[in-house]
Design a protein around this ligand. Structure first.
Ligand SMILES: Nc1nc2c(ncn2[C@@H]2O[C@H](COP(=O)(O)OP(=O)(O)OP(=O)(O)O)[C@@H](O)[C@H]2O)c(=O)[nH]1
Ligand SMILES: [Mg+2]
Length: 171
């Protein structure tokens, strides 16, 4: 198989990154109770692609470790806990600083997952774009945003298929 790619899964702590990585690997939701320390690296086959997923640790003290993974990245999945309204400003800052304004990720497709839509008060994708002020960043690059509930298995394959479509177009 010569179609290979590296997909970075970024986002704040407890957004659902490891839950996503596990869902992609096993095809269903498994409760993850342990915050990631360092990163989890997995290889999965998806629509004819061999994809290495890097699921990083979102806690602030570990974010310096993200730097090592930017070179050679094919696409970024940025997971947001859309029900954690108080954390949205920090999610916005991290998304801008580490992704949109990151020269090492210039031109790389970015998908945002507005996750935990099953929780009361979760903001949906259009509102999230407004609250995070993403309009301008979105225009500048290949970007998509999906509502998701990994718990319910909704929006996950849609978001990842979008990523793989971008890989197909860029190969
Ligand atoms: N209700 C709900 N809970 C979710 C969803 N996705 C993940 N979670 C829960 O959110 C919590 C944190 O998930 P993790 O996947 O460990 O979060 P993470 O982004 O990997 O966090 P760090 O490793 O600390 O960066 C866990 O209790 C998950 O079960 C979802 O779609 N809905
Ligand atoms: Mg994790």
């Amino acid at each position: 198989m010569d179609k290979k790619a590296k997909v970075l899964i970024l986002g704040l702590a407890a957004a659902g990154k490891t839950t996503l990585a596990k869902y992609l690997r096993h095809g269903d939701f498994t409760e993850n109770t342990v915050p990631t320390i360092g990163q989890n690296i997995d290889i999965l086959e998806f629509e004819g692609w061999k994809i290495t997923t890097i699921d990083v640790a979102g806690q602030q003290d570990f974010r310096f470790l993200w730097d090592a993974h930017y070179p050679g990245t094919s696409a970024v999945v940025f997971v947001i806990d859309a029900a954690d309204i108080e954390a949205l400003p920090e999610a916005r800052d991290i998304l801008k600083q580490h992704v949109f304004n990151n020269p090492l990720l210039e031109g790389i497709p970015v998908v945002v997952m507005a996750n935990k839509q099953d929780l009361y008060g979760a903001v949906d994708a259009p509102l999230l774009i407004q609250l995070l002020g993403l309009h301008l960043d979105m225009q500048d690059r290949t970007f998509a945003i999906f509502d998701s509930s990994i718990l319910h298995g909704s929006g996950v394959i849609e978001a990842f298929s979008w990523v793989v479509n971008q890989l197909e177009m860029n190969k």
